[in-house]
Design a protein. Sequence first.
Length: 1236
Amino acid sequence: MEQSKHERITSKNGSVTEEVITDTSLIEEANGELPAFYIGREIVPLSQINNSFFYNPDSENTFINILSEQKRIVLLGAAGQGKSEELKALARNLHRTEQPYIPVFKKLKHYKGELFEDYLPKGWQFLQEESCLFILDGLDEVPSNILTATITNILEFAERYKSASFIISCRSNFYDLPTDIKPGTLRDFSVFYLADLKLHQINAIGEKKFGDGSGFSNALVARNLHELATRPFFMQELIKIYDKRGQIPNRVELFEHILDTRLDLDSAHFVNARAISNEKALILGQLEKMASVMELMGVTAISGSDLDEIFREEGGFNLLKYGTAVTIKEGTKDTFQFEHNNIQEYLAATALMKLTQEQVFTIISNEHLTRVKPNWINTLAFFISIVREPKPYIDWLTVNDPEVLIRFEYDRLDESLRNSIFKGLFNHYSLHGFALMSKNFTYEDLAKFGESVEVKEFLIQKIENFDNNTTTLLNALRVLSYFEINMRNKKRIQQGLEPILFDGEHKEEVIAEAIKLYGKTNLDQQKISAIFEKYHTTKSDEVQKSLYILIEQNECADEYIDYLIEGASSGGSYSADTWDFSEPFELMCALKKIKSYDAAWKVISFLTKHNSSIDFSFYFWEDVLSVSIDIAASNFKKGDKAVFERLFEVLIEATSEYYLSRIIVFFKKTETRIKALVKIIKSSAEPLEKARLYSAIFIEELMDPLVNALKQGEVSLEEMKGFYKLISMSYEMDESHLPGYLQLIPEMVLNATGNIIQPYKYDEYDEGEEHRANLKLLSLFFDADELSNNIYAIFDEIGKDELELNDVKNVRLVYNTSSERKIRQNCLVIIRRKISRQSTISRGYFQNVFNNKVQRLYLQLSQIFRLVHSEHAPVANESQKRWLTEACADLLQGVDVASHITQKDSDNYTTSTLLNIIWKLYLKQLVQLPESILLDYTEYLDVSRNSYKTIPQILCEKLGLQKLSNRVVQNIRKGVKVPRVYLDNALFLIEHKIAPDFEQALEAILDSEIYTNGEKMQILKLYHKVSGDDGYLLDLAEDKKFYEIRWQLLDLVVKRGRNRDALMRVLERVLMNGPEDMDRVKACQYLVPLGNISAMNYILEKLVEPEYDVACFLELSKNVSRVTNRVMLNPLFDLKVAILSGQFTIANTHFFDDIDMAIIQIALQGHDTYEEVTNLIKTFEKKGLNEYAEQCFRDLARAVETQYLAKFSKQASLSSALALLNDFRRENSLNNYLIN
């Protein structure tokens, strides 16, 4: 039998036999095959439930790490979440590897109430108590009649064995969470959840199971099921289906399968706990009822008390409560939800199948039966996919709400219909200047929906026939980028885009989108070079991102690696404290496409230079570095031995522990750890630095070479002591919990040298000593002479007057006290920062700094600033605060804040950085500033970032409103350099209604070119809210200078609902402008609801004029149903009659329905209800339009029938939902809808 690490653990009585220790009986129930795709998961505490799909894969939330702090853990999760698999994997891993715990695994489903010691596997009593980890799986599977007794027995057992550790799993809906007044189901147990699968794990599963992670993931994305795949149960079912069929099912097929599987699972899983195996049909019916009511209420979670009300006649909802399709919402005690929203929607859709068409339309649409309620769109998509005759519903949607169809399974829609809908939406959005985006669809959704030769041709022609309509072009570019394009069309797209890219001037967003699409057309190197020649110096972030995308698409990262590195360099700005890297995702994707060793080395060199500043926890930087290391390792294996020397130098230079750990991957991949260890031993690095490198690169195979080097005197005892402390620190445990081979090191050192070494003890940290060291460091920064002497001492120690980075890498850092070490470390940081900017730094440079008052004070201030903002920051005394105030006054003397915002005064600092430091010291209450300087800060930009309040608010508290308001008005009138600050000031000014001459200041704002129209709109919106001055906005709306924001201004007036006459006059003037003013289309949206008779008559007059743009009538059609003014009845009647009598032709049948509904809606408001509608019917009959008379009669009947139903759409409450269902049941129109 394979021996386990248990042989090296002493039993509690010292006489345990080898048979008991090495036998796998302690984890027998954890044996058996794990799923082929098993991937270890993250464990998340209740307080930090994390549902993020993207996350750093190097998470520290593992059982081993958590057990070092929590000895009592309960693991919660929904059914099928993978709790049992995770616990089995944990037990098996602990049994066969060097870990500090011995697992004792037992399932709870067979527990009958016996003494708990007797229920556990044989032999556990012989183990050391503190080494035992009891893993108890499935508290929810304990028979209900003994559940309370079982919980008591477990808690008593845990109390008897206090030194042991426990992990117990349970389904979320069987567990009471702890509260302030209740301990929860298991007292003193910390609650953790098993996190969903992450993106990288899904890829890994596909790779593991099918050998093609990207193929499986792409298939999930194509079916829009990738979000569902984060749930292990769903993932398991998807894998089964994919393995069997070779393709991913659609959502309907998946949920049919899942519900059936879930109900079977419930029957088998709770054979001991609940008698539900024969209740499958009843459970399914109750699930449909619950889903239907929740959809009617518009909610995705519902309280237990509401469910009791819903299932009062059935005697409660226990059958659902303990099933797997319904779960308790994480972090709550009595709120229930379906395992996934799609299950709720699918079940509600199956309930809709039992209704008539009229009843379905009544439930899913608004009160006018013209639009689908937003919360029913997904349910309707399921319904269309499963209903036997979908055509009537699709026809209704095509006329009333075509956007919704984009969400449906495409095989349910005829291609010609999809093409027609796509073109109609495209033309409608483009005509009105809107981006082709909606709450109902994205560009990618549209591309999937419109996938056809006809639609591609339609879009390509929009590019080829570009007529300067920017919106049309942008919409075509964005949608086309999601299509698969054949070679012939790629050539056409190239030819269509080249005039746009290389001739004339276009907006940045047009160029950016054009480059993205151009990059997908198989460009040759000449065309790529031409693009970069024209745009590589762009200042536009969007165009720059599109160039990164082009590099990625055409896999030419090696050729443009210098451009990419430059992009990474310019992405951050060197500030007073650190680099701020915020490279776009597109840059990372391009960098990951490198293939050559030269490119990889440039990436590694760049990252090494900045490794202490880059946040490598940012997931995409991690990927870029991994690709580069892989390329370097591959080059080494091909025979390039110089790669090792280069990477070893990188290893020595790595100051970031995270970066160091990633560089070591190279030595692991190339099996050169021992070679690296030998070079570290022979290097001239200081003992503590060597110890750090030993611990970073160490594995068990390096133990003998390291100890042998110690024996031979090549490794010092100081290095060995430092190494052992650092390596033991990484385990965060006492010495007895270190892996066995590490426990042997002290004995080996003792035999080799006669000296004793100790592991790191966490109680060694002396907070008082740390505080004293920080106080001494703070005092040093206030003493320029002492600071300069410490910096010069480093030059003296190295023996050079000009230093490079390699010179300071190995400077001794081991000192007798923490204070000495901190001072030396900070002086080295000062030198290293200067070297990183200038490659070298001289003693003379620092002599010049300390001889120049401004530069000396700036250096001192910047160091003090860093220290007081650090962890364990010391507190300055009153004398030091006075010094800071005087130093700031000296530095600010004669400084014009506004004119020095971005000016660089020397290589040492910018006034911008200085002002930022002083402001933050002011916020820390370390300096006092005069009023004149504080007022200057109203013009300064950077200090407002990351402040807990805006500058005006802070200064208002200090200076008072009047002083501040006067200065703000002056700032606005100056209006130069930093629009964002002036915008903040202007908004503050308006909000507080300050300054007597504000109106003049507002005029200055609107006349100023430093404000964008969007910023002016922000200011006007707040002004309107404060002043209520509609007239001012209406005047601006007629001013050509504000043409671009005209409708935003009018929107504000419309929403306020005042000055209707003035508003209508403005709108009428727009409408009367004729075809040259396209905004007359927009005017129709406002005029019709406002009930403007003259405008309506004008529209009617224009109906027979073919030159008048039909777009007005289309907008009229969309908005006429909002008419509620009875004086509009006659024009509406005339309009309907004129249309139907053939006076003109409009190819939009939706127009008729809207007019009908508007007429009915108005008629129902009158005391003489339906009289007007009856007159309309008679009018049709007289004209021989019997068909329309009959349709109008049906509309009238429908209005009568649904009067009481219209109220429901305005109420999303449980009582309304139940009342509606009961009304239907009483009328026998929905007998099958409720489950009796």
